[in-house]
Design a protein around this ligand. Structure first.
Ligand code: MN
Length: 247
């Protein structure tokens, strides 16, 4: 694979034409992590992914769906040995999902235990209003030598960010995060060698429309500006970070 860009968190199967979204990432040479939201979605995504060499498919159980889909945990467990990639998983303690936090926590902790048992997994993790909770579970259940966490769209505090860095986490950042000073300050505090880019498509909007799958050009441009690096050098940084993560 000759990748030019990295989109480490994209819901390719939630675009109106999922197969077209896979082809688009392939055509644009974007090393893409196709995250899924339920274990039931994994197989079909694997079929789409098998036709590309730049998209990897992650097995997920999204925290927003934990309450209605926790019964798919046995399916998750059965599929886990088929993939190195896990996501989207995590916790969301925002007002809309706060009431399902106990269930979310059970699901997330179970997934971390399974990942630690098998070893070598790379996880794309959601942590809205729950950064400390996520880090508590990671610290307890997924030692750095048993797997690697990539915190997607991180929005915690600076001290939570330092803690995540010390735990060995990577961070996938998207173009929306650069729009606010707070997001920029967080991204600036991430060690450059832990940075990846993402779209979180189709949820993230670009000029009022869902962002195109794999379109991280805005994020790469903004990141280059923040770090004072030319576009090509920023691309190289991100690609070498991905290579190290996957070693
Ligand atoms: Mn997502």
């Amino acid at each position: 694979m000759h990748a030019r860009y990295v989109d480490f968190h994209c819901h390719l199967d939630l675009y109106p034409d999922p197969e077209g979204a896979y082809r688009r990432c392939q055509a644009d040479q974007v090393a893409t992590l196709a995250v899924t939201t339920t274990p039931k979605a994994f197989r079909q995504n694997q079929i789409f992914g098998s036709k590309t060499d730049c998209v990897r498919v992650a097995l997920g159980l999204h925290p927003h769906l934990a309450e209605e889909r926790w019964t798919e945990l046995p399916l998750f467990e059965g599929l886990l040995k088929e993939t190195r990639y896990v996501g989207e998983v995590g916790l969301d303690a925002g007002p809309r999902f706060y009431k399902s936090l106990p269930r979310q926590t059970d699901v997330f902790r179970r997934i971390l235990v399974l990942c630690a048992q098998q070893g070598g997994k790379i996880l794309s993790i959601h942590s809205v209003r729950a950064a400390s909770r996520v880090l508590d579970s990671l610290e307890e259940l997924l030692p750095p030598n048993r797997g690697t966490a990539v915190l997607h769209w991180f929005s915690g505090s600076q001290s939570e960010l330092r803690r995540a860095t010390n735990l060995g986490c990577y961070f996938s950042v998207n173009q929306s995060m650069f729009e606010k000073d707070r997001g920029q300050a967080l991204i600036k505090a991430i060690p450059p060698e832990r940075l990846l880019t993402e779209t979180d498509g189709p949820f993230l909007e670009d000029n009022g429309r869902p962002i195109e799958p794999g379109n991280v050009r805005g994020a790469v441009g903004a990141l280059g500006q923040l770090l004072g690096l030319p576009h090509a050098q920023t691309q190289n940084l991100l690609l070498s970070n991905l290579t190290r993560l996957l070693e």
